[in-house]
Design a protein around this ligand. Structure first.
Ligand code: PMP
Length: 294
């Protein structure tokens, strides 16, 4: 049975969930999105994701056509309609239908849709052996252009980086910013462990303020680590004890080599393991219940 998709206020079967070829989300990548997860019937970090969606929309002067309360409700309804417990949820808001010019003033009504489904970015074995990462030549966007803090539908830069990583036979691509500092991977934030220090690049290094990143920084502190947001070079990763990536879809995944050099022992490390475990427990415990609100 196919999925039920929330599209502009209605739940429709996926075969009927169609948008116009004149939608500027499609024609120009003019829109924003969010990716969330539910664990055991609870949506994890719902408010943080909604907040970032509204900020992303504000950043491109797009009005989300639902109040925060109505959107929260729509997300819940979509998960419920598909009877999902463990799910991946995608919210997309586009500028809507316009003409063939790019002027957003010609798009009177934003399009909004929500997909509640499943996702597995990497097979389970990758969480046990870790990812092979390579530095790609594609640089992170400048803040003055499409700010990387906006989760916009313009992911081509990240896709080009992913293609480079694929061609190099790697699992992920490490993207540097214009100054040569580490920003993030194509769809995940990056962390390194040096002894008792857990470090990740600051948002101004050109990273998305990841929701998982924030949770991991909190978990790191509660596990007694010194958590730092600081500029990192590739050298900091080469000499790290451990390295891992974070994202809603990927969750927490070890990275065990960079540019063909093993990181630490070349195997997922104990601190990454402790953080992964703490994250799993928190995700199950702290989400907003979907099914107990009726
Ligand atoms: N960086 C980029 C470029 C992303 O697209 C994402 C989300 N897929 C992340 C980092 C991780 O963010 P979050 O933990 O909020 O999913």
């Amino acid at each position: 049975m196919g999925l039920l998709i929330y599209l502009n206020g209605k739940l429709v079967p996926e075969e009927q969930a169609k948008i116009s070829v004149f939608d500027h989300g499609l024609l120009y990548g003019d829109g924003v999105f969010e990716g969330l997860r539910s664990y055991q019937g609870r949506i994890f970090c719902l408010e943080e994701h909604l907040q970032r969606l509204y900020w992303s929309a504000h950043g491109i002067m797009l009005e989300v056509p639902l109040s925060r309360q109505a959107l929260r409700q729509a997300v819940m309804e979509t998960v419920k309609a598909n009877k999902l417990k463990d799910s991946y949820i995608r919210i997309v808001v586009t500028r809507g239908v316009g003409d063939l010019g790019l002027d957003p003033r010609k798009c009177p009504r934003p399009t909004i849709f929500i997909i509640a489904s499943k996702i597995q970015l990497y097979p389970e074995s990758y969480y046990e052996k870790g990812l092979k990462v390579v530095t790609v030549a594609t640089r992170r966007n400048l803040h003055e252009s499409v700010n990387p803090a906006i989760k916009s539908l313009n992911y081509l830069n990240n896709i080009l980086a992913k293609i480079e990583a694929n061609h190099a036979g790697a699992d992920e691509g490490l993207i540097l910013n214009h100054a040569g500092y580490v920003s993030e991977c194509t769809g995940e934030n990056i962390f390194v462990v040096h002894g008792q220090v857990l470090a990740t690049p600051p948002v101004h290094a050109g990273v998305l303020a990841g929701v998982t990143r924030k949770v991991v920084m909190e978990l790191g502190r509660s596990l007694g680590l010194e958590v730092r947001e600081q500029n990192l070079t590739r050298h900091d990763i080469y000499v790290a004890d451990e390295c891992f990536l974070t994202g809603t879809a990927a969750e927490i995944i070890p990275a065990t080599s960079l540019d063909g050099r093993p990181i630490g022992t070349g195997r997922p490390g104990p601190t990454t393991g402790r953080i992964r475990q703490a994250f799993k427990e928190k995700a199950i415990r702290e989400g907003i219940p979907v099914y107990e609100t009726e």
